[in-house]
Design a protein around this ligand. Sequence first.
Ligand SMILES: Cc1ncc(COP(=O)(O)O)c(C=O)c1O
Length: 412
Amino acid sequence: MSLTKLAQDGGSPVRTDKLPPRYVGVNLIGEEEKKLVCEVIDSKCLFRHYGPGTPHFANDLEREFKEYIGTKYALATATGSGAYFSAMRALEIGPGDEVIIPAFGWITDYAMVDFFGATPVFAAIDESMNISVEDFEAKITDKTKVVVIIYYQGAAARIDEIVEIAHNHGIKVFEDVAQACGCEYKGKKLGNWGDIACYSLQNNKIISCGDGGLLVTNDQKMYELAVRYHDLGLMRDTFKANLEGPQLTDAIAGQQWRINELSAAVGLAQLRKLPSIVKNCQEKAGYLRGELLRKFPNLKFRAADPKDDIGILVAFDLGSNENVQFFAKAYEAEGLVYGPTSWCETINKIPPVAVRMKENGIFEQKTFDVTNEIDLRVAKLAILPVYSDRDMSDITTAAIKVLDVMIELKMI
Ligand SMILES: Cc1ncc(COP(=O)(O)O)c(C=O)c1O
């Protein structure tokens, strides 16, 4: 007979009051953001390029961000996607080019390639939940121009190996750091490994201004093209002042994805909190991982070294989707909240992508099957910087309680 009675079977739940809402940076919005936003309002300078006074928050955000990541250039944009599309323009992809993308990702990663008429080619993920280096290498052809690396929920990929393989083949590396802003790999920030990288400041991200984006690169020509594409094809004086050498590009047909000063002010206040967010989440994730491992030494965590993982997610393999579903339902019945803070999906399941891929006839089922299988058997628990010691203790107690029952039931 079972020693433990789960809440879903009539036992007492671990927790009866609510956890904080599942946002990382957004939960930390406070006096610092308010102060900078009030400065913008007081100055009446909402537009980044000119106004009744001297706007400076977008410039400050770019300067502090490039210093933080360690790149020569940074560009802030109105949305993450605005940065991503600008990066693809900077990489000069077009019809006839192939772009390798992990099959586990976000709509934007497919759309930005499709939009410029290039062909997306999918590579499977591995137990790190990031692109499989081996499958990336297998998908290279003489048409491959770019590889996209998506860092799912805070953890690095084997980016050093990827860059080496890519550059040996003349392939450019694009890093999608939307879900891993602040993460390092081998002591160097993600976003400073490849040729160009983008971040999102949307509501569910590690730092946020509601909607916003950032792009970084060490390459002057790519910076110029991204700047131009995000701002009507122009190269205004603020950006010219950042160039290391003489201008390398001429006007192009661009979009309008400029960030405004209100968003930049919030983004800047959040950026200043990022080092403490990372430290805080790493400590909490380390505690949960440690407690789970002490109790279940065979539990297989997502394959990423904890020092290359900012700790916003603790993910472990439960062997099957039925087990993950059992865990999630029982864990929520204990009064906790299951799931990550922002999402990736096996790309062929994202509705607009699925429709478009069928139209284009691009459908490599095996890659998606391998990817989906890994995603479905991995349980995911979000870690927030605002969690108190009691929150962390309840999360740990509930996870252990459910896993204990799963062992008693011989599910795992
Ligand atoms: C992995 C990934 N890439 C790109 C994006 C696009 O960012 P945004 O929503 O700011 O346009 C997101 C946002 O959800 C994301 O999670």
